[in-house]
Design a protein around this ligand. Structure first.
Ligand code: 4AD
Ligand code: MG
Length: 477
């Protein structure tokens, strides 16, 4: 049988049996106690070595980071802090780690330092915990949709459409950048390019998901998404993962209900299945916050905050109500906002979103019915002719975590909106077809996966919750 995992061994079922285990040395104390970790759990197993049984040569190779195979007997632990330990009879060194050059030593490393060692940082407790929670959350997401009658749909990564119209796209081309073919007008001739047209990496799988929802009913995508926004914030990545459900016959209220239930269920899953990791991350956060000024500390410990979200209703507020609250807020009156709120119709900045969530309501908030002017062309126009059936979910400490809407299903209204924004009907002929043949009310949303992982782990920077982050000036590894 393949060697056991440490997670299984720590349950203590193999007591007094001979077992074999593989892992990496975290610490080796007094030439006697090896703390071994194999990634299956945050916990290490203590391996007790009788140093007289082993050569000095071998013991010298047991340094932090070395990979070992250990055989021995699982016994009840004499020491404190663990229930079982291994009385070691055999040690095989798979590979050593030179203490002079191995960067991950048993001491506190800064997250910035570890970002430069993204290939090794997963060997720290913090990153291993974050990545196990990330893995569990992605499983929970698939399970949620499966349990609720959704089909998993794979949106294309290379597309010819810029769904959000925001234009922050990465081009995909095989043309020679030094010597591209030119048209008679002297422009780059994309007819000569690989796809015979301009293409880019997807910024959202939504438009394609709409086509699938209009046949399969309820679908979702969960895949990589690319945005060439040059924003160096702790909330933005150039490559991130987005979950996008799209549902036929759902209006905006159904959409909000689904989004809220979905977020609550996947966070509950993490609470139930990742308790060791979350407890560790909670302690890490409490330590980290000790060095911060009082006002920047979070009011609730991590686990309490996660439970709070799963147990309380999100507050639903229209954009118009939100603007009234913001207009009359203290920071607005005292001119503390960088972007003061003066009139209806302005876009909300993250300072406003955070005020609403963290100061005014103190819970997750769903804002809906935004001005048409500040939202994408595909959102359904309300009877008032100036707002659209959009919704954003705002989270404490994160800001926007979900963006979604009921889609414009009326061909004539959609065409009018596209014309007003100068969007060429020919580019989106197939999207218009969906409104010509069997059109129906439908809705969907996009959840930024890394923002969910940020929230669930209490980490402060989005670069620390994705394995190999891609941000401006940074695509190492
Ligand atoms: O609000 P967004 O732009 O919505 C859409 O793309 C819609 N087409 C989704 C839909 O209705 N199917 O993006 C959705 C979410 C945001 O709320 C945010 O959580 C995340 O994606 N997001 C990012 N996450 C990390 N880095 C970035 N640069 C992000 N841009 C958006
Ligand atoms: Mg958005």
């Amino acid at each position: 049988m393949h060697p056991a995992t440490i997670k299984d061994l720590l349950k203590g079922k193999e007591l007094l049996q001979e077992i074999t285990i593989n892992g990496w040395v975290r610490t080796f104390r007094s030439n006697r106690f090896i703390a071994l970790n194999d990634g299956s759990t945050i916990n290490t197993i203590q391996c007790v070595v009788d140093f007289e049984q082993f050569s000095e040569d071998l013991l010298k190779q047991i340094n932090t980071g070395a990979a070992l195979q250990i055989t021995g007997t699982l016994v009840e632990s004499q020491g404190r802090g663990q229930s079982v330990e291994i009385q070691v009879s055999k040690i095989h060194v798979h590979g050593t780690a030179d203490p002079e050059t191995y960067p991950i030593q048993p001491k506190k490393h800064s997250l910035e330092f570890l970002r430069e060692k993204a290939h090794l940082r997963i060997r720290t407790n913090t990153f291993a915990a974050v990545m196990r929670v990330r893995s569990a959350l992605s499983f929970a997401i698939h399970q949620y949709f499966r349990d609720n009658g959704f089909q998993y749909f794979h949106a294309p990564i290379i597309t010819g459409s810029d769904a959000e119209g925001a234009g922050e796209i990465f081009k995909v081309t095989t043309l020679d950048s030094k010597n591209p073919p030119l048209t008679e007008e002297g422009e780059v001739d994309y007819k000569e390019d690989f796809f015979g047209k301009e293409t880019n990496l997807t910024v959202s799988g939504q438009l394609e998901a709409e086509a699938y929802a209009m046949a399969l009913g309820k679908v979702y995508t969960f895949g990589p998404t690319f945005r060439a926004e040059n924003s160096n914030t702790s909330r933005h990545l150039a490559e991130f993962w987005m979950i996008e459900p799209e549902m036929a016959f759902f209006d905006l209220n159904d959409n909000m209900d689904l989004a809220e239930d979905f977020i609550k269920k996947v966070i509950s899953y993490a609470l139930e299945h990742c308790s060791d990791d979350l407890e560790f991350l909670e302690k890490r956060l409490i330590d980290e916050e000790k060095s911060k000024p009082q006002i920047e500390r979070s009011a609730m410990p991590l686990l309490e905050k996660l439970k709070f979200v799963t147990e309380n209703n999100f507050k639903r507020v229209s954009y118009t109500e939100a603007i009234d609250i913001l207009k009359n807020s203290k920071p607005n009156k005292k001119k503390k906002f960088t972007y003061p709120i003066e009139e209806w119709g302005t876009d909300l900045q993250s300072e406003h979103e955070r005020y609403l969530v963290e100061k005014h309501f103190n819970c997750p908030v769903i804002l809906f019915d935004y001005p048409a002017k500040i939202k994408a062309f595909y959102m359904r126009l309300n009877e008032d002719g100036k707002t659209v059936r959009a919704m954003d979910i705002l989270f404490p400490g994160i800001g926007e975590i979900v963006g979604g809407s009921q889609r414009e299903e009326r061909l004539d209204v959609l065409k009018e909106k596209m014309a007003a924004l100068d969007i060429d009907e020919k580019e989106l002929w197939w999207y218009l077809d969906l409104r010509k043949f069997g059109t129906a009310e439908h809705s969907g949303f996009g959840l930024g996966f890394e923002r969910l992982v940020l929230f669930a782990t209490g980490m402060g920077n989005i670069r620390d919750v994705i394995p190999f982050p891609r941000t401006p000036q940074n695509a190492e590894f």
